[in-house]
Ligand binder design. Sequence first.
Ligand SMILES: C[S@@+](CC[C@H](N)C(=O)[O-])C[C@H]1O[C@@H](n2cnc3c(N)ncnc32)[C@H](O)[C@@H]1O
Length: 324
Amino acid sequence: MVKNIIYGDYSIPYVGSKRGIATALMKEMLKYKPNATIFIDLFGGGGAMSFKALCYDFKKVIYNELDTQVYKAMNYVIECVNGEHKSKYGIFPENFYRGINRDEWEKLNINNPADWLLKTINSFGTNINKGYLYSHEIEQNKIDLENYCINPTEENYHKLELIFQDNENLKMIKLSQTPTERRLFMKILSKTSKKNYLQNLQSLESLQRLERLQRLQRLQRFNNSYECIDLSKYNDDEVIIYCDIPYNTPSTKKLYVGEFDYEEFYEWAIKNDKAIFISEYNMPACFTKIFEIKKTSLLGNHKIITECLFCNKKIDKAGQLSLF
Ligand SMILES: C[S@@+](CC[C@H](N)C(=O)[O-])C[C@H]1O[C@@H](n2cnc3c(N)ncnc32)[C@H](O)[C@@H]1O
């Protein structure tokens, strides 16, 4: 079985990301495919499952995504991980590390992958269509907070004093040496403060974490619809094919590019001679539910939801996938 060689969860902040449950899903699929050496993520999005697969020693990882803007953003992130755009603060250019205000956010050009990514991490629920991340009321405070993390001058410290007026522990932040340490400290301060100052710091952290992956040669990328990826050249045993489709509920199916044809997808999956793993809430009865896990929805409402993993094949008495 492939080994887990890098620990942690990695992804682009993305609506519908599997980041929190990627390890659980991977372990489950590996139970049925212990000899797999190739991982195919047909609905790649923010890449949580592709990055998770890169943490294991799969020989090859394939990321596919239909939305060209998302696909280009993924390419840009890979360039960053490979050290092509680094700044003094880390693998991303400087403007990723400071606060972006509403006017700057409006002006970002989403056809440019770097701007798309910056706009996404500064959007409510990491969804560009939901608007700028902060309400007018807290916008300036958030920006001051982030700017201190990056640039801890006396002038910027004074702005923090105005935000955390009554917090005795604030001066401790001066002892922290790096932006990451200051962010961590800020989190602790925010927890004891009345307002929620955490959201954007978290998006940025999840991007920064990608730094640990380093050179990503094993990742192949495609910008296509799922059915165009040629699966015929793989043996069923050697490959895990994972589909994180847009979930079929009124609110989730509108989150992504175009309109998803569910009937066509079900037919494609059922007719496929290989095992296909699918994340969804519900699937037609001809699919087998093999796993479920509870998680907190990140779509703005923080509800507890049950995520399920289905397969197009039946499970036999020995707990193996029966392909015919
Ligand atoms: C639920 S999201 C995937 C999230 C991803 N697993 C992650 O963790 O970030 C579904 C993705 O499928 C993409 N998509 C929609 N229709 C597609 C198609 N026909 N082929 C491939 N990707 C498609 C959407 O653009 C969206 O990024």
